[in-house]
Design a protein around this ligand. Structure first.
Ligand code: NI
Length: 149
């Protein structure tokens, strides 16, 4: 495992649309392991591949310090309700803002082997998933801030 450099605004890589992962090989596993390492070292609860300069549809999320979700080609297939709360981003250092997100979501994603999973999420972890999946389309939380925190 190795730490990767985290790209910060205004780097244009953060504004690109990431491409789907089609090869589930060793280098994908290596990248995911590096992303998990980098997320923990930076004290983050999530990290998306474009944040380490790789324009592929991959993100990792861990909101409790224990359970790590690795999402390859994630898609939000259902969402309901809303919740409002503070967010920050490792690519936007030193800032926070209040964002409105769905309260409940269902996400379909593959893992590093290509196996498909369905995740039903509610509360803060749903926020973390939405935030990271947004990165894959070049969207940052600062685009959605309704109030500075
Ligand atoms: Ni972020």
């Amino acid at each position: 495992m190795a730490l990767r450099n985290i790209v910060t605004i205004p780097n244009n890589l953060l504004r690109e649309k990431s491409r789907e992962v089609t090869e589930f090989n060793e280098s994908l596993g290596q990248l995911i392991d590096d992303m998990i390492d980098t997320m923990f070292r930076a004290d983050g609860v999530g990290l998306a591949a474009p944040q380490v300069g790789i324009l592929r549809r991959i993100c990792v999320v861990c909101v409790d310090g224990k359970t790590v979700y690795e999402l390859v080609n994630p898609v939000i297939v259902k969402q309901s309700g809303e919740q409002v709360g503070p967010e920050g981003c490792l690519s936007v250092p030193g800032r926070h803002g209040i964002v409105c997100r769905p309260r409940k979501i269902v996400v379909e994603a593959q893992d590093r082997t290509g196996k498909k999973h369905t995740y039903k999420l509610e509360g803060f972890i749903a926020v973390a998933f939405c935030h990271e999946i947004d990165h894959l389309d070049g969207t940052l939380y600062i685009d959605k801030v309704i109030e500075e925190a």
